[in-house]
Design a protein around this ligand. Structure first.
Ligand code: PLP
Length: 417
């Protein structure tokens, strides 16, 4: 099966066979089988265009940015800033200066917690996070709560993994200062209604901080339409390199926030009488950034835009439906996360078999999946399981990949009787 079948008219299906050829790593064999990579939620593989852009940067343009008058430094700066503009377009931010380079989603959320929340929160203030958050959208808030006397409160989720919007409403009050929510849950695949949540948060004067790590590779993102205050994502989840990502924030907040880290490149002037800060975005970008990573991420944005995010979303949706139906054919399989609004993540348990055993056995068949708590222990607790098996879907996966997973799971079933 090369393409996504039965796409609605107007949306051309992705040519998966061709896309697969773009990824050198997918050509390799694992344990004597063609690799089926179903772990893109942990990190995506990189297409040649991204690898080539990184290599080209180091072979042709490598220099530090913003600091040199020489040719190479100007070229490196141009590449670095071009990726910032591509990131702006990727999330439809109003201004390029609102796009802050970070190492990834984790750093972005810590930045907001320490620079926006820490100076503002008082004892008794509340930070709402959903029960389905990744630890990187829980722990930074717990740290700032300890520092300020604020309290972190979880918003409940339903049995199918949908966010309980009544519970959100019940918990929102004049004490709420921050609502921190994932756009897409990495452990359940649930897509959260960010525009609605941001509106409700605003009605009590709270800001909305969105962890976009799992949404960025699957949907067109429009921070203006979402109406949130901050949006974070990681380059390595959108086919770019590790160690580079973005935080988008509203200018009014970013201008009012103190720098988070001090060092080179973020100052206007430094003296022992006191220092002043550079304008946005430099104020939040102390030290030498990951310029080679930025070169690769620029190529990744081009690659994804070239395929078309609406086509990617459609592919994802159809493969998810196929995968859901096929997995439910496996005896004793229970899906964790069945919200009607979800994207390409299939989390499940198999009665009587530990997820780690499943992961190890299917790896022998060349199928790479993730097992564990997925850095979302409160979700595991909510569903009463220590861990799940997670297959995550992306542009280079097709029905044959799902079939290989199911075949391998049938083998696991037989092995355990
Ligand atoms: N948030 C979600 C939903 C994730 O899935 C991940 C990574 O798996 C992160 C945050 C953390 O991203 P990073 O490790 O790139 O900072």
């Amino acid at each position: 099966m090369n393409a996504t079948p039965s796409s609605p008219p107007g949306i051309a299906p992705l040519d998966v066979e061709r896309i697969r050829r773009d990824f050198p790593l997918l050509k390799r064999q694992v344990n004597g089988h063609r690799l089926v990579y179903l772990d893109s939620a942990a990190t995506t593989q990189r297409p040649s265009v991204v690898i080539d852009a990184v290599r080209d940067f180091y072979e042709q343009h490598n220099a530090n940015v913003h600091r040199g008058v020489h040719q190479l430094s100007q070229e490196a700066t141009a590449i670095f800033e071009a990726t910032r503009e591509k990131a702006r377009a990727f999330v439809n931010a109003p201004e390029v200066a609102e796009m802050i380079y970070v190492r990834g989603t984790t750093e972005a959320i810590n930045l907001v917690a320490q620079s926006w929340a820490r100076p503002r929160l008082k004892p008794g203030d509340e930070i709402l996070v959903t029960t389905m958050e990744h630890h990187s959208n829980i722990v930074p808030w717990q740290l700032v709560a300890e520092q300020t006397g604020a309290v972190v409160r979880p918003i409940a989720i339903d049995d199918d993994g949908t966010l309980d919007l009544d519970d959100l409403d019940a918990r929102l009050s004049e004490r709420t200062r921050v609502v921190a929510v994932g756009h897409v849950s990495n452990s359940l695949g649930t897509v959260n209604p960010i525009a609605h949540i941001a509106k409700r948060a605003r009605s009590v004067g709270a800001i909305t901080v969105v962890d976009g790590a799992q949404a960025a590779p699957h949907y067109p993102i429009d921070v203006q339409a979402l109406g949130c205050d901050f949006y974070a994502f990681s380059g390595h989840k959108v086919f770019g390199p590790t160690g580079v990502g973005f935080l988008w924030g509203r200018r009014e907040w970013l201008d009012a926030m103190p720098p988070w880290m001090g060092g080179g490149d973020m100052i206007n002037s430094v003296s022992f009488q006191g220092s002043t800060w550079a304008p946005l975005p430099s104020k939040f970008e102390a030290g030498t950034p990951n310029v080679g990573g930025a070169a690769g991420l620029g190529a990744a944005f081009d690659y994804v835009s070239g395929l078309g995010l609406d086509r990617i979303a459609q592919h994802d949706h159809e493969l998810l439906q196929y995968g859901t139906a096929r997995l439910l054919e496996v005896d004793g399989l229970r899906l964790i996360g069945t919200s009607p609004k979800k994207t390409g993540i299939l989390s499940f348990v198999l009665a009587g078999i530990h997820p780690h055993d499943i992961g190890t056995i299917v790896d022998r068949d060349g199928v790479a999946i993730r097992t564990g708590h997925h850095c979302a222990q409160p979700v595991m607790e909510r569903f009463g399981v220590p861990a799940t098996v997670r297959a995550s879907l992306t542009i280079h996966n097709d029905r044959a990949d799902i079939d290989r997973l199911v075949e391998s799971l049938e083998g696991v079933r037989r092995m355990f009787g």
